[in-house]
Design a binder for this molecule. Sequence first.
Ligand code: TYD
Length: 198
Amino acid sequence: MAGLFLTLEGLDGSGKSTQAGLLRAFLEERGLRAVLTREPGGGLPEVRDLLLGGELSPEAEYLLFSADRAEHVRRVILPSLERGAWVVSDRYLDSSLAYQGFGRGLPLAWLLEVAKEATLGLTPRLTFLLDLPPEEALRRVKDPDRLEREGLAFFQRVREGYLFLAEREPHRFVVLDARRSVAEVAEEIRARLLPLLP
Ligand code: TYD
């Protein structure tokens, strides 16, 4: 039985990382092999600091996220899926479409063209979008300095970008109201996965 590729998306502070950990634990309880991974840094850990420093042009930033993603797909995600593991990635291409596309205004057509080669066309089977108003997301972030630099309008565009992407691909995206408790969100994720479990 081959594994499935699942991703979690959402604003900083939406609780993705917590849910990613719970999701891995759930899959393992079910006797599945699960690999938990993340972007940026899943493919080229060296670029993480550069990317989070926030000093780059949007184009350079996107190409670095893409370089990281190209390595992530080839070194981690595809080999794990081929071994039959389930892969849970905390962020993937939709982060770039939402942040670099809708947030920074880079053309989606260019982003998608680069992504086609970078990802070898690998698309998640399901993407859980933890949706949250940006005001609430900012309140939850422990070190909001990096984020506050961007301003609320940026995160508003990112959130709307995510919702646009979700509407465009309703069979892949599961939009979750991330204002609810961790347990409630985790329960909904599990419920959506049940039909896919072996
Ligand atoms: P990180 O510290 O991993 O935060 P989080 O726990 O919220 O994922 O920082 C990731 C940051 O990088 C986050 O602000 C989103 C951003 N990002 C992009 O702008 N584009 C991308 O393609 C990816 C993967 C992340």
